[in-house]
Design a protein around this ligand. Structure first.
Ligand code: PMT
Length: 401
C-alpha cells in the first residue's frame, strides 16, 4: 500500500455508529505514509471524540468552520488535499453533498475540493435502499465522485443486509489502488470509438441515436491519465476530452468512423469500441431537402460496415479488442453472441433495464463478459469510475497475453 505515501487526505467523519471504525482507518492511512486531516460533523462527535482522532493523526480535528478563537479555512483545506474521503457518509451527508448544502465543514470543504472525492456510506438497509438515497448516490457519482461500495451484514439496528460501511482495510486499499493506476499504460497505444453516427437522409435530416459520447470520452481521459497514447474517433458530440494528450478525430458517419478506425487499428495495442454505430444508412441521401408531398415516405436503407467485425478479422496476436453491447432484453446471450461474432477479447454490457445506465447519462452499470463465460458485474458508478474498471480489466488481460 505504499501508494499512499506522502498523500494528503481529508478524512470527513459523519454521525454514524461506524464512526468508531474511522479511528482505525485514520491510523491505517497514517501507517501507510499519508497525512490525514480530520473534519467532523457535530453529530460525529457523539460517536467518537476529536481528541482520539487528533491524537492518532497528530493534527487537530476540525468540527466547525469557525469557533470563538479560530476560523478553519475550508477553501484552503479543499485545495490542500490530494483526496477527500468521507467515511462514514450518512444518508443526511449524502443528501447535503448531492445538493451542495454547505452547513458544515465537510460539505464546505467538499465544495471547494479539486481533488478526487471518495465516499463510503453507512446506514440502515432501508435507508440505503430508499429511492431518495439512491438518487443522491447517483447524483454524486454523476459529479465524478467515487463510491466505496457498502458491505452486507448485521447492522446497528439488528437488521441484516446492505448498508454497512466498508472495512477500513478495504477503504485504504481502494485509495491505494486508485493511485496505483498512474502511468500503468505508458507506452501503449489505445484506440477508442465513441458517440453516435449520423447518416444523412437529406441536407437537413439524419438517422442517429441517443449516444452522447460520455462513455467514450471518460475512457479516453482515463487511458490518457494512465500514460497511454490515445486516439479517440468520435461521432457527432458536443463533448471533448479534458486530457490534453488525447488525439480526437471527429467523424459523422459510420463509414467515416470505419475509415479512421481501420487506419489507426494496426498500430493500436488496445482498441475499445464504445460508439453506437448506425447499422444502416439511407441508400441515397437526397441532395435537396425532401418536401412533404405524400402521406407516407419510404426510405431504403443499406447496411453500414461493421467496424468491430472488420477489426476483429484483422486482429493480430498481442492486440486487444474490447466491444460494448447496449441491450434491452436477453442481455447476456446477446452480448455473448457479439463477443464471439466480432472476435472481441471481452465485451462491456450495459442494459437499458438498469436505471442510470446507458445513453446520455453520467453514470453506467456494466458487466464485463469474457470468452470463457466469466462475467464480472459492477455497481452503478460514474462513467469516469466505470472507465477505470474497464481499464483495470484490460490491464489484467494485457498481462495474460
Ligand atoms: O455515449 P453515451 O451517451 O455515454 O452512451 C454510451 C453507450 C450506451 C453508447 C455505450 O456504453 C455503448 O453501449 N456502446 C455500444 C452501443 C451499441 O449498441 O453497440 P451494438 O450492440 O450495436 O454493437 C456492438 C459493438 O460493435 C459495439 O462495440 C459497437 O461499437 C460495435 N459496432 C456496431 C455496429 C457497427 N456497424 N460497427 C461497430 O463497430
Amino acid at each position: 500500500m505504499t501508494k499512499l505515501k506522502g498523500k494528503k487526505i481529508l478524512l470527513g467523519i459523519t454521525g454514524s455508529i461506524a464512526a468508531y471504525k474511522s479511528a482505525v482507518l485514520a491510523r491505517l492511512l497514517i501507517k501507510e505514509g499519508a497525512q490525514v486531516q480530520v473534519l467532523m460533523t457535530p453529530a460525529a462527535k457523539a460517536f467518537i471524540t476529536p481528541l482520539t482522532l487528533s491524537t492518532l493523526t497528530r493534527r487537530p480535528a476540525f468540527s466547525e468552520v469557525s469557533s470563538e478563537e479560530s476560523w478553519h479555512n475550508h477553501v484552503e483545506l479543499g485545495l490542500w488535499a490530494d483526496a477527500m474521503l468521507i467515511a462514514p457518509a450518512t444518508a443526511t451527508t449524502l443528501s447535503k453533498l448531492a445538493h451542495g448544502l454547505a452547513d458544515n465543514i465537510i460539505v464546505a470543504a467538499y465544495l471547494s475540493a479539486r481533488c478526487p472525492v471518495f465516499f463510503a456510506p453507512a446506514m440502515d438497509l432501508d435507508m440505503w435502499a430508499h429511492p431518495a438515497t439512491q438518487e443522491n448516490v447517483r447524483r454524486l457519482l454523476s459529479y465524478g465522485n467515487h463510491l466505496i461500495p457498502v458491505g452486507e451484514g448485521e447492522l446497528a439496528s439488528g437488521l441484516v443486509g446492505p448498508g454497512r460501511m466498508a472495512e477500513p482495510e478495504e477503504i485504504a486499499s481502494y485509495l491505494s489502488k486508485y493511485w496505483q493506476q498512474e502511468q500503468s499504460l505508458a507506452g501503449r497505444k489505445v484506440l477508442l470509438t465513441a458517440g453516435p453516427t449520423y447518416e444523412a437522409i437529406d441536407p437537413v435530416r439524419f438517422i442517429g441515436n441517443r449516444s452522447s459520447g460520455k462513455m467514450g470520452v471518460a475512457l479516453a481521459d482515463a487511458a490518457a491519465k494512465r500514460g497511454a497514447d490515445v486516439t479517440l474517433i468520435m461521432g457527432p458530440s458536443r463533448l471533448s476530452p479534458q486530457h490534453p494528450g488525447v488525439k480526437t478525430i471527429r467523424v459523422e458517419t459510420a463509414d467515416q468512423m470505419f475509415q479512421a478506425a481501420t487506419r489507426f487499428f494496426p498500430d493500436a495495442d488496445i482498441s475499445i469500441l464504445a460508439a453506437a454505430v448506425a447499422d444502416y444508412r439511407p441508400k441515397e441521401a437526397s441532395a435537396e431537402k425532401i418536401k412533404k408531398k405524400s402521406e407516407g415516405l419510404t426510405l431504403e436503407l443499406v447496411k453500414n460496415p461493421d467496424i468491430a467485425a472488420s477489426l476483429g478479422k484483422t486482429k493480430k496476436a498481442g492486440q486487444l479488442l474490447v466491444g460494448f453491447a447496449l441491450e434491452t432484453h436477453n442481455e447476456t446471450a446477446n452480448a455473448l453472441e457479439k463477443l464471439e461474432k466480432k472476435n472481441f477479447d471481452c465485451i462491456v454490457l450495459n442494459s437499458l433495464q438498469d436505471a442510470g445506465a446507458g445513453f446520455n447519462v453520467d453514470t453506467n452499470k456494466i458487466s464485463i463478459l469474457h470468452k470463457n463465460n466469466k462475467i464480472r458485474n459492477f455497481e452503478l458508478k460514474s462513467k469516469a469510475a466505470v472507465a477505470e474498471d474497464i481499464l483495470d480489466e484490460v490491464e489484467t488481460l494485457l498481462r495474460q497475453l
